[in-house]
Design a protein. Structure first.
Lengths: 164, 628, 108
């Protein structure tokens, strides 16, 4: 029972902060809500038996990505700027689309018969490492290439006219 | 034998035309000789053919070839189109007439056109005309006749506009062709209707009884009137007569051949040919009679005020054609054909005589001809007198017998029209004697002798005149009691004893007309001065040719152009603006409207994409899994 | 819906991830600030990760596959944020604002 209440609490937290991350006007608040949301997501990862991933989530997402986002916010927008009023039409349209999307996906999911398998198994990091270097070797290498390209690209883009 | 002769008659002129056209430039000088030779061959062949069938054994004879089967033959008629020759008495008479007159005219043209640089073209076209005309006369069915009818019209255009650099000539040629075509429209519609319901166009099959069985009377009248429209156009009947005076712009021999003797006679010939068609409905005949009488009157009336010798003869032709048509309308195609034969000879004689005068004195005006010494040209004057006396109907010249027959026929039909015919005869006498007195009684002012002509040219000038005069006298004589009415028997008609009353009437008319003309014109100069000074409505009406030409112009301008204006407006406003421009304009607007979707805003694009995707997903889900 | 969220089950995780996904899409379409859009994008990616792990736990016999995939997702998200943020900088440099509605030159 305790687990269930906690579970419920964490889910609520995630969803609420997720909502806050998109709804609040001030973009800094959005970023901060995102951080809390990601933290909630990390807890959920623990519930899903992936402790390793939870830690990775915290380190990468919260520790790096969110910080980068905050850097970008700081560099690009004066904090004291008055926020523009919301465009109601746009909001309504997005709400509609998101709502239908939600309904559609949910209907599909509910109607499908998912195969039932036991939840016991080998979730260990050891198994994951083994998989990286045997079955998923190609994607592994490819992703490292992607990261390299992304870094170079970012440097290139932000260097502006003096790029060489 | 027959067939060979027929082909000779038909093809000799055509070959003459083709060889003239194909001659290299250095040989073009012999073109006149080729032309004369071609027409001589045709004339001889025609005479031979005529002599072969003198006693009318196995006539009518047809040589036909079926070239198109249109529908299944019915019990009555074959529903096929044929092409071929037909010879029967009517035909033989006409072909002899056409070929002999053609020959004389070709011969005269050697004299008349001896200084013209375009001689080869002239003789070529003249031969081509002979070809078309003989084709028309020898054809066995209406459609073939129509074909040659058109060809004859074309040749007439080419020859009227022979001196094409003269604007008046070009206009006259166009006018002739267009009015001819107007008539041909009716002709062709009539032919179509006839073939559609009757199934055959052969002259041998067009008998009144058979036609009356197939068609109702109104329909028959319609067809008759439509085909008669063709006759009106070709034979210059009122109101399609106004091209003939203008056609005098062509060389005089052309007027002699085409516009007095042969082409304009083609209409009357058709009336006789297809008489079964026209006589099948009494109304048609009445219409023909009315139009004929109108024509005769208008022609004679307008001839009385002309100064140009050719124009006098042109209006005279119109008037005589009207008389022939009246005769046919009154019920006797034989009277019409008889008068056609005599008229052909003496009218062409008159035209050639006029040509002799014109060529020597270089003027068309009768006053000038008189003043330049016309009366001293004995040859021309003699034949002028012969021709005019024939025209007036003075016995024993040819015109008397044929006109007599027509007058009798008309009198039997209706006294009113008889009165009109008598009036026309009177006017004919009046204008003939007018011409005669002006030429003969003018004081000679500036005498002109003809330049010295070579012997050949003299012969070419004289021989046709003599020949035509002789033949016209002979043909006239053939219809008299003294020769047993040969020509009438030939044509299959009935003979009536000489009508003394009519003889006396004619003589009285001639005397009266001559007397009045003498009183008015015994001093031509004074007469001219008086006429020019006069100013009254009669003069204006006559001078404006009864305002017919004005009427034509009015119709074309107001109605024709008016309609054209309406259609132009329709084309511009409705079609152009609404449909053509409108379509492009509206598509542009639509395009502009659609391009507003691309406003450059990323989120709008994304909304569109995701929204569409959601809709597609829903659609698939709805149809892929029933009961979802 | 609430009873579902109380207990751990495939349905609850799916519901959660769908909800988060929808929230992310909403933010994607509704925010004018470019950085806010990037944040919404992160939400979407994370919802996908949760989805993967949920299926991994409840439906896959081999418990490694899902986790490997989530690692890739995280790595790629990082790369994407990298580029995205440099684009933000560029836009700011050009237009002196990061309102996405100002970047509409490719219109018509």
């Amino acid at each position: 029972m305790i687990i269930d209440i906690v579970f419920f609490a964490i889910v609520t937290l995630t969803l609420t902060t997720a909502f806050m991350a998109v709804w609040l006007k001030n973009v800094f608040y959005n970023a901060l809500s995102l951080i809390v949301c990601l933290f909630g997501v990390a807890c959920l990862f623990i519930y899903l038996n992936s402790e390793f991933l939870a830690i990775i989530e915290v380190i990468v997402y919260i520790g790096a990505i969110s910080i980068a986002i905050i850097f970008a916010i700081m560099l690009s927008q004066p904090m004291l700027q008055k926020n523009e009023p919301r465009n109601l039409q746009k909001m309504f349209r997005s709400l509609l689309i998101a709502g239908f999307l939600f309904a559609g996906i949910l209907r599909t999911l509910r109607a499908t018969q998912w195969p039932a398998v036991s939840v016991e198994g080998d979730y260990s990091m050891k198994a994951m490492g083994k998989a990286f270097l045997t079955t998923s070797l190609l994607p592994f290498e490819a992703v490292s290439l992607v990261l390299l390209v992304a870094i170079v690209g970012a440097l290139f883009l932000s260097a502006g006219k003096s790029a060489k | 034998m027959d067939l060979t002769l027929l082909w000779t008659i038909q093809l000799a002129p055509l070959l003459a035309f083709l060889s003239i056209q194909l001659l290299p430039k250095s040989f073009k000088k012999i073109a006149p000789a080729i032309g004369v030779l071609g027409s001589l061959l045709a004339a001889l062949a025609a005479l031979k053919l005529f002599s072969l069938h003198l006693h009318q054994e196995n006539l009518p004879q047809a040589f036909v070839y079926e070239w198109l089967k249109v529908a299944e033959p019915t019990a009555i008629n074959p529903y096929q189109l044929v092409v071929g020759f037909l010879i029967d008495p009517l035909n033989l008479l006409m072909i002899t007439l056409v070929t002999t007159i053609s020959f004389f005219v070709q011969l005269f043209s050697v004299y008349y056109m001896n200084e013209d640089p375009s001689r080869p073209r002239y003789f070529g076209f003249l031969s081509f005309f002979s070809f078309s005309m003989t084709g028309l006369v020898l054809s066995s069915n209406l459609l073939q006749t129509f074909l040659f009818w058109e060809l004859v019209g074309l040749t007439s255009y080419l020859l009227i506009g022979f001196w094409y650099s003269k604007p008046s000539a070009a206009t006259a040629a166009r006018k002739a062709f267009v009015i001819n075509r107007l008539g041909d429209l009716g002709f062709y519609l009539g032919v179509i209707l006839l073939f559609l319901y009757f199934g055959t166009l052969n002259f041998l099959d067009l008998k009144s009884e058979a036609l009356q069985q197939t068609f109702s009377n109104p329909m028959l009248t319609l067809i008759g009137i439509l085909v008669f429209m063709g006759v009106m156009g070709k034979s210059a009947q009122f109101p399609f007569h106004n091209w003939l005076p203008d056609a005098m712009e062509g060389p005089t021999p052309v007027s002699a051949l085409i516009h007095s003797a042969t082409m304009v006679a083609a209409g009357v010939f058709l009336l006789s040919r297809a008489f079964g068609l026209f006589s099948a409905s009494k109304t048609t005949l009445l219409v023909i009679l009315i139009i004929g009488s109108l024509t005769a009157f208008v022609g004679a009336a307008l001839a009385t005020i002309q100064r140009d010798i050719k124009k006098i003869l042109a209006y005279s032709t119109i008037s005589q054609l009207g008389l022939m048509v009246m005769g046919i309308g009154a019920g006797s195609s034989i009277a019409g054909m008889f008068h056609l034969s005599t008229h052909a000879y003496f009218k062409s004689l008159l035209f050639l005589t006029a040509g002799a005068f014109i060529h020597r004195y270089h003027t068309n005006d009768i006053w000038e001809i008189g003043q330049k010494g016309g009366k001293k040209d004995l040859l021309a004057v003699t034949f002028l007198v012969v021709g005019l006396f024939s025209l007036c109907g003075l016995p024993p010249f040819a015109g008397f017998f044929s006109k007599d027959m027509i007058l009798e026929t008309i009198k039997e039909r209706s006294l009113f029209f008889y009165g009109v015919a008598i009036l026309v005869s009177f006017l004919t006498v009046y204008y003939s004697f007018r011409m005669l007195f002006v030429i003969l009684r003018s004081k000679i002012k500036h005498e002109e002798h003809g330049h010295h002509e070579s012997g050949l040219l003299k012969i070419c000038r004289a021989l046709p005149l003599i020949g035509l005069a002789a033949i016209s006298l002979y043909v006239g004589a053939l219809g008299t009691p003294f020769t047993g009415h040969k020509i009438l028997h030939w044509l299959g008609g009935q003979v009536s004893p000489l009508n003394v009353e009519l003889l006396i009437t004619t003589l009285v008319l001639i005397a009266a007309g001559a007397a009045i003309a003498f009183i008015q014109f015994r001093d031509p100069e004074k007469a001219l001065a008086r006429l020019e000074g006069a100013d009254n409505p009669l003069k204006t009406t006559l001078e404006r040719k009864f305002f017919i030409d004005d009427a034509y112009v009015f119709v074309v301008k107001k109605i024709g152009l008016g309609l054209a204006w309406v259609f132009n407006w329709f084309d511009r406003t409705v079609i152009n603006t609404f449909m053509v421009n409108g379509t492009s304009y509206n598509i542009l607007r639509l395009g502009r409207l659609v391009s507003k979707v691309q406003n450059g805003l990323l989120q709008d694009y994304m909304s569109l994409a995701i929204g569409a995707g959601v809709l597609i997903v829903f659609y698939i889900l709805h149809y892929a899994k029933p009961g979802f | 819906m609430t009873p579902v969220l109380f207990s751990q089950s495939l349905q609850s995780y799916l519901l959660l991830s769908t909800a988060m996904f929808s929230i992310g899409v909403f933010g994607l379409l509704a925010r004018r600030n470019l950085v806010a859009i990037l944040i919404s994008l992160e939400l979407i990616l994370n919802s996908a990760s949760i989805n993967f792990l949920a299926f991994n736990k409840f439906c896959m016999p081999d418990k490694v596959t899902g986790q490997v995939f989530v690692v890739f997702i995280i790595a790629l998200a990082a790369a994407e944020v990298c580029i995205g943020l440099s684009l933000v900088l560029l836009l700011y440099r050009k237009k002196d604002s990061i309102n996405i509605e100002e970047a509409k030159e490719l219109k018509g």
